[in-house]
Design a protein around this ligand. Structure first.
Ligand code: C2E
Ligand code: MG
Ligand code: MG
Length: 723
């Protein structure tokens, strides 16, 4: 500008394509401006020359600029760098400014070149944003590969959208099938303002779910559809929002919502990438669904929905540890299933299989672990068994009980004769595989031999066979009246007189002779046969008393033993009442003995029975005291008259100080409760004398008499024998 008057330089200045001007550093007024500047900023030359450089700056910056000017007026405003300028129409542009101090028309001026870089900068910005979105896309794709859980994937996607994608907020909500509402499952970034339910339908996410297409709002301040939600969104700094439905099949299963602080971020290029991202997420969901389905198929039988062999074997393995006790693996085969298929068709067979599965899975507790492991082969476990025999009972009563019911095929009823093979943990194998092999062998033997079920271990089968035979014989014994009663006298220590007799059952076995109760009462209790046997005893004792009375014997009360099973029997009182009435036996001629276990196994029912018997004036004894775990104080609620001290303490009462102490304590406590103490199993004079010293009231035992036949006992009574 040294040759300002030089026409050619002047023209060069005017014609230069880059906007240029000269302004006065003191007044900030323009002194010269070229054509490019006039055109670019939209003023006429006169208008431009009437301005100061402050007029080119955005109005928002002016206060700050004026402040700067005061402190450093001479440094000039147009330092080299990028500045924001305002055109005549108010639009803002980014300008890269180069300036130079200059003496112009004798004044201190600045010569300025102002290169508009708005487009370049926006391009760069856009590339930077796109790069972020691409980084987000790749982050999400790697999450899709890594993450197998839907919610975890959603959370990671939101996290990436804010950290990598630069969005202010990202959230994913699931949508129900009817798209009635949103359920936010993942969120990252700033919190969204709460949305009242009545405004929910305005929210982009719900609109995207319902319309199954992306909803974009590039300027929250302008978009009319968002008007009701505008203020709270803007208050939190949000400027733009877009919602992308995640479509699986024909449904939007979830919506990804992204919010930005910059209006207009969702341009065509960015939306293209974000669509791709939403598509990838949706595909991942579909994939996760399929995978869940696949893993279901890998572990379940499709037809019955029962666990398959693989899952069953896993569960069985988990069951097998030393603390589980005996675990039985049972393989059940539906007998003659192929004939059923042949005769009625495959669909009939399938229907039966489905019904079998339903019965087993719905009516057995979960602990049975039912599975279908082959065509007509089912597997189950019988856990927490005390012994192998329990498995047989559970199988018979529960499993076969269910499977033996007829199956309905249309109007037809069919029956299926199932068979089973059992292997027991730990005896027959320590691992699932061995147990399977052995249960299969047992099943094969059962099918070959025609047995309903067989254990793998032959000794189990032998023991079971013996038990079964015994059960059968007991039943027969009852029918053929092979039971007899014996009577053992109980004597009063003070007077020496017989005060009562305990009625003790014997089984007059056709081959084995007289069998004691120790050999069959337990089995009778387990099989429930104790109920008819017990009822028979009550009748037999009443009949005996009546017979002795008729024969003129000066009888004493007879004590009948009641087992726990009888105690729990609702009809017990009726049975007793009926027997006493039938034989015209008065109260006071019959007593009952119950062990602590019998009472405590069903305390409420026992208390009900005992109180009712007590009201009838029937004396009651607590039998075998000292062998259980209850204290006398606990047993106080039951109306006993006698406590029978178990033989195990009596046998050592004269030789073992501990037994003496225990017997003494029991007697003292018995007395403190106002009851009488009876010593059982007294065999020697020495025992008797210690018991007398301990103030025992009565005794029973071989020392005075063994259990006697009715005739022998009557003779004893007639004799008037005393201690
Ligand atoms: P319990 O009620 O404690 O009967 C006493 C048992 O001790 C009887 O055995 C009796 O024979 C035996 N005993 C008596 N004095 C002596 C003795 O001095 N030394 C020895 N070593 N034993 C003696 P039993 O008759 O074998 O009966 C055993 C158990 O069977 C009874 O124990 C009772 O719990 C049960 N029982 C007997 N009869 C019946 C019955 O009709 N119904 C029920 N439910 N259980 C019965
Ligand atoms: Mg007894
Ligand atoms: Mg006893």
């Amino acid at each position: 500008m040294a040759a300002a008057n030089d026409t050619s330089f002047n023209e060069l200045f005017r014609a230069h394509p880059i906007p240029m001007w000269v302004y006065d550093l003191d007044t900030l007024a323009f002194l010269a401006v070229n054509t490019a500047a006039i055109v670019h900023y939209g003023y006429s030359e006169d208008e431009f020359l009437a301005l100061t450089i402050l007029d080119l700056r955005p109005s928002a910056e002016l206060p700050r600029l004026r402040a700067n000017l005061k402190t450093a007026p001479r440094t000039g405003l147009e330092r080299s760098g990028i500045w924001c300028h305002r055109k005549r129409d108010g639009s803002l542009i980014d300008v890269e400014v180069s300036s130079h101090p200059l003496l112009f028309q004798g004044r201190a001026c600045k010569f300025v070149l102002a290169h508009d870089v708005t487009a370049r900068l926006q391009g760069e910005l856009k590339i930077a944003r796109l790069n972020r979105v691409y980084a987000l896309l790749s982050g999400i794709n790697s999450a899709i590969v890594r993450i197998r859980d839907r919610t975890a994937l959603f959370k990671e996607a939101c996290r990436l959208a804010t950290s990598e994608g630069g969005f202010a907020t990202a959230c994913i909500s699931t949508v129900d099938a009817a798209a009635t509402g949103l359920n936010e499952v993942a969120h990252a970034g700033r919190a969204l303002p709460p949305r009242p339910a009545e405004l929910e339908q305005h929210w982009c996410a719900l609109r995207a779910a319902r319309g199954q297409s992306t909803v974009v709002c590039n300027d929250i301040g302008q978009d009319p559809t968002l008007a009701p939600l505008r203020a709270p969104l803007q208050a939190r700094g949000f400027a733009a929002v877009a919602a992308f439905p995640l479509l699986v099949g024909a449904h939007a299963v979830a919506v990804l919502t992204l919010l930005s602080d910059c209006a207009g971020v969702f341009d065509e290029d960015e939306l293209r990438v974000l669509h791709e991202l939403a598509g990838d997420l949706a595909f991942a969901l579909l994939f996760l669904d399929r995978e869940e389905q696949l893993s279901y198929l890998a572990y379940h039988d499709v037809m019955t929905a029962l666990p398959n062999r693989r899952l069953f074997q896993d569960r069985l393995t988990q069951l097998l540890h030393p603390a589980s006790g005996v675990v039985a693996l049972v393989l059940v085969d539906l007998g003659r299933f192929s004939q059923l298929n042949d005769a009625l068709g495959r669909h009939a067979g399938d229907a039966v299989l489905a019904q079998v599965a339903r019965r087993l899975s719905r009516q057995l507790p979960d602990s049975f672990n039912v599975a279908r492991i082959g065509g007509d082969l089912f597997a189950l476990t019988l856990p927490d068994l005390a012994r192998g025999e329990d498995a047989a009972r559970l199988l018979n009563e529960t499993v076969f009980g269910l499977l033996d019911q007829p199956y309905l095929l249309g109007a037809k009823e069919v029956r299926v004769a199932s068979r089973a093979g059992l292997a027991l943990y730990p005896g027959d194998g320590a691992d699932a595989e061995t147990l399977f092999k052995h249960a299969e062998a047992a099943l094969k033997n059962a099918k070959a031999s025609g047995e309903r079920y067989l254990f793998y271990a032959p000794r189990m089968n032998a023991a079971l066979a013996a038990r079964l035979a015994m059960e059968h014989q007991l039943q027969e014994a009852l029918e053929q009246k092979q039971f007899v009663m014996m009577y053992q006298p109980r004597v009063d220590l003070a007077s020496g007189r017989i005060v009562s007799a305990e009625a003790l059952i014997r089984w007059n076995h056709p081959e084995r002779g007289l069998v004691g109760p120790a050999d069959f009462i337990e089995l009778a209790e387990e099989t429930g046969l104790i109920r008819p046997i017990g009822a028979w005893v009550i009748g037999a004792v009443c009949a005996q008393q009546r017979a002795w009375l008729a024969a003129g014997v000066d009888i004493v009360p007879a004590a009948i033993n009641l087992s726990a099973v009888q105690c729990a029997q609702a009809e017990l009182l009726d049975i007793i009442g009926a027997a006493m009435a039938a034989h015209r036996v008065e109260r006071g001629l019959i007593e009952f003995e119950l062990t602590e276990t019998a009472v405590m196994s069903n305390p409420d029912e026992a208390a009900r029975h005992l109180n009712a018997l007590k009201r009838l004036g029937i004396p009651l004894s607590l039998d075998d005291f000292g062998t259980g775990y209850s204290s006398l104080a606990q047993l106080k609620r039951f109306p006993f008259d006698f406590v029978k001290i178990d033989r195990s303490f009596v046998s050592g009462v004269d030789s073992n100080a501990e037994d003496t102490a225990i017997a003494g304590a029991i007697i003292a406590m018995t007395h403190s409760l106002g009851l009488r103490a009876v010593a059982e199993g007294v065999e020697t004079l020495a025992q008797l004398e210690v018991l007398r010293r301990l103030r025992c009231d009565e005794l029973q035992g071989y020392y005075f008499s063994r259990p006697l036949t009715p005739d022998q006992f009557a003779a004893l009574l007639r004799e008037g024998r005393r201690l």
